[in-house]
Design a protein around this ligand. Sequence first.
Ligand SMILES: NC(=O)c1ccc[n+]([C@@H]2O[C@H](COP(=O)([O-])OP(=O)(O)OC[C@H]3O[C@@H](n4cnc5c(N)ncnc54)[C@H](O)[C@@H]3O)[C@@H](O)[C@H]2O)c1
Length: 236
Amino acid sequence: MHAFSLDGQHIAITGAGGGIGSAAARIASELGARISATDLRAPALDGVQGAGHQASALDVADQNAVEEWLSGLGDFDALIDCAAICPFTDWDNQGWNQEAERLFQVNMLGPMNLVRAAMPRLKARGKGSIALVGSIAGRIGGVRAAPHYAMSKGGIHALVRWASTRMAPSCTINAVAPGPVDTPMTRGESYDASGFPMQRMATADEIAGPLVFLVSPAASYINGAVLDINGALHFS
Ligand SMILES: NC(=O)c1ccc[n+]([C@@H]2O[C@H](COP(=O)([O-])OP(=O)(O)OC[C@H]3O[C@@H](n4cnc5c(N)ncnc54)[C@H](O)[C@@H]3O)[C@@H](O)[C@H]2O)c1
């Protein structure tokens, strides 16, 4: 099999109704994977090629639901977690504390629930990989990000480092750390991309492609990496 092919692989994707998650599902299917996609509501699987895919509803903050979802999938080869929320509110805003609590549940407990459930299953099979989505917010506090979001993304980078030595030697875990991406998450927020080195935001495909690469056989020795995809906005 070609190292970039995902032929015969079964890939679980969360947040697959969103910009980056739906692009990851489409790209992985184009490379031959069978997709099990979830989001808060069962995602539409727009543009996903081939047969045998499934879509269901899942709140990643619910540990029991995450366990149930992964155990119901049977054997899977990789997990890509794209589920997150990104309120652009500072802590002076009314209701911020409750919002922060929910954000930590989704953006930090969510990945933790998923890694905790997926790791033993992949390790038992002796192969497999996980890809998470961090952010430039976790590197430098973000471009427009709020404090709770920046903290949560830094937490994902740390989780990848922690889990990578435990996934080894047979399995891997990595993340991407995107700069601003044009998706439903950022629409309505004003970014002055004319000042970016690339003079534009990233597209969802420009993040989803590297995410899919990270769970492909081509990335078999990449473990514990947080890959910056920010068009030269920041070097870590
Ligand atoms: N768009 C950007 O500028 C940007 C930059 C850096 C990182 N990211 C990260 O990329 C990932 C994908 O974001 P996106 O830009 O595609 O945003 P998006 O809003 O289009 O997609 C996020 C998806 O997560 C889902 N979701 C939210 N809460 C959930 C929950 N509790 N359980 C399950 N699903 C839930 C949403 O319904 C949505 O479909 C996120 O981790 C985000 O933080 C985005």
